[in-house]
Ligand binder design. Structure first.
Ligand code: GLA
Length: 393
């Protein structure tokens, strides 16, 4: 959607002649390091060019009015600054409300109401972090409108808190971090225990990253996600009876293999194995990339998917079908699911001159088996949450 169209929508929906300020937060993909963030391991995500736009201005009263062009039938959702508790009836607006609440609870002075129009071009429920994108665009707009001084990492942590304490999904810090600190052309290797990170340029020469949406909505994601997290916590507690570790991310393969018998159930053993091996794969993946060894990087992506399928059991028939189809295509270096799993998207690194045949073949195999089509997008790695000023969008 064009800037002028968004302005027009804002003015007509909120019945104002004022020109709003515009903010943007991207979505994200994760190249490798899945379900490792809440296990004290490493992740390797990147912000993408799809994201959430928020146009906003301050009001003279205490009213908050939210509208999303993605859910026009819901209309304006209204509440007051003095009552920001989670309200099921407020649907998607609980994400920005939660962020305003979280920032206020942390002492940031948000003193007046606002009108905010949201528009997102991230495919819905695709596992590309549309919810973290709404949280972070809200953080950026509060920072801008109220002249706040807030460290980016603090804003990221408040976004995660919204997800955990307000929405009730026990997610880790990866999504908000990738979206808050994204950098054009770079992925972020993040140590989720210390929050130390470094940017790694993603230069794939004659290859591109293709995002493949299974178009299977991630419906069970919340409950199954929390279950996986609890299983890993139980496994960690078992290991801590002997080992002095803070998280599964502290373990080497040898230490894990030597002590895995301490983990009380076979299922939890598999979950912990994934967390440990995936963390080590992620660190190795960055090294391979830095040495220009794309083939080895792709192999690690493939192993990551197998581990998520067999040990972590978060893939499902749609993601497995699509990833297997991708592996079989010429010009594919590696492919895996990305994000929480249970549907959503996969990514593949594909040679540029094979992209068209890749899309056709994968889509044919997929739709024949699953009964509906997949969607394909070329990933452009972009900057993190920010205000869009004149000429920048
Ligand atoms: C979701 C969560 C992240 C992370 C991934 C899996 O996207 O929000 O914190 O755990 O799943 O890697």
């Amino acid at each position: 959607m064009k800037k002028q169209d968004l302005f027009n929508e804002f003015q007509s929906i909120f019945n104002t002649a004022e020109t709003p300020r515009t903010f943007f937060a991207p979505g994200r993909i994760n190249l490798i390091g899945e379900h490792t963030d809440y296990n004290g391991g490493h992740v390797f995500p990147a912000a993408i060019s799809f994201g959430t736009y928020a146009l906003a201005h301050k009001r003279h009263d205490q009213k908050l009015r939210f509208h999303s062009l993605n859910f026009p039938q819901i209309g304006i959702i209204e509440c007051d600054l003095s009552n920001l508790v989670f309200n099921k009836a407020h649907e998607w607006a609980n994400f920005p409300k939660g962020m305003i609440n979280s920032m206020r609870e942390s002492g940031f002075k948000i003193t007046t109401g606002m009108d905010i129009l949201f528009y997102g071009d991230i495919p819905n429920s695709a596992g590309l972090s549309s919810s973290a994108s709404i949280e972070m665009v809200t953080g950026a707009l509060l920072e801008g409108l109220f002249d706040l001084t807030i460290e980016r990492v603090k804003m990221i942590q408040l976004g995660q808190k919204v997800e955990n304490d307000y929405i009730g999904v026990n997610s880790g810090i990866m999504d908000q971090f990738a979206i808050g600190k994204g950098k054009k052309g770079h992925a972020i290797l993040l140590n989720c225990q210390t929050l130390a990170f470094n940017y790694a340029p993603i230069e794939l020469a004659d290859h591109v990253i293709i995002i493949i949406n299974t178009n299977k909505k991630r419906t069970l994601a919340g409950s199954k996600y929390n279950e996986r997290r609890a299983q890993c916590e139980q496994a960690l507690a078992n290991l801590q009876t002997i080992l002095q570790i803070k998280s599964l991310g502290d373990l080497t393969k040898d230490q894990f293999e030597e002590h895995k018998h301490l983990i009380s159930s076979e299922t939890n053993q598999k979950r912990a194995k994934h967390a440990v091996y995936e963390n080590l794969r992620t660190i190795e993946a960055l090294q391979q990339l830095q040495q220009g060894n794309l083939e080895a990087f792709g192999q690690l992506m493939n192993e990551s998917h197998k581990s998520l399928q067999q040990d972590y059991e978060v893939t499902g028939i749609e993601l497995d079908t699509i990833v297997r189809a991708a592996w079989d295509q010429p010009g594919v270096v590696g492919a895996r699911m990305t994000g929480a799993g249970f549907g959503g998207c996969a990514i593949a690194i594909v040679k540029k001159d094979k992209v068209d045949s890749f899309k056709n073949n994968v889509n044919n195999i997929y739709s024949e088996k699953i009964g509906y089509e997949a969607s394909f997008y070329t990933a452009t790695i972009s900057d993190g949450a920010r205000e869009l000023t004149e000429g920048v969008y």
